[in-house]
Design a protein around this ligand. Structure first.
Ligand code: HEM
Length: 128
């Protein structure tokens, strides 16, 4: 794995490592207030970023586009805003950061939708 696929996967593994440590801290302390932020670090950071990485690894034509690098930056900014944003929201401090993070994360998925839709690969004559 290299290029943009590697960077997506590296960020994903950072997220799940941090997410698990956060989960263990919550379990030990019994304080679950930030459970939704932990969940999104794992699901948007690990599962979603990891799937993006696996996709770009298996579709090199998509990874070679400049759009893939832009997608990585947008997705990273989305996670970096969204997870602390949820923590701020559940602490009733501010909803602005999570709103921005959610919109950027949604924009990242729109970029991915376009990427998947415009990178059909393989031969239609191949056996099923
Ligand atoms: C060492 C690993 C992990 C530990 C110790 C851990 C611990 C926890 C704890 C203590 C809670 C709060 C439960 C509650 O309040 O009822 C929680 C919630 C949650 N966790 Fe984890 N977790 C871990 C890994 C993961 C991973 C890998 C994912 C997803 C890929 C995940 C997804 C979730 C979800 C969806 C919730 C529910 C959030 C909510 O109710 O708002 N967790 N976890």
């Amino acid at each position: 794995m290299n290029g943009v696929a590697f960077y997506f996967f590296l960020v994903a593994v950072f997220c799940v490592t941090g997410g698990m440590a956060w989960g263990i801290q919550m379990a030990i302390s019994g304080e679950h207030l930030f459970a939704p932020a932990h969940a999104h670090l794992n699901l948007v950071g690990w599962a979603t970023m990891g799937l993006f990485g696996l996709y770009y690894h298996s579709v090199p034509a998509a990874a070679a586009r400049g759009l893939a690098k832009a997608h990585f930056v947008i997705a990273l900014v989305g996670v970096v805003l969204m997870v602390p944003g949820i923590a701020l929201a559940v602490s009733e401090k501010s909803e602005a950061v999570v709103a921005a993070g959610a919109l950027v994360t949604f924009a990242s998925m729109l970029v991915f939708l376009y990427t998947v839709a415009t990178n059909r690969t393989g031969s239609s004559s191949a056996p099923p």
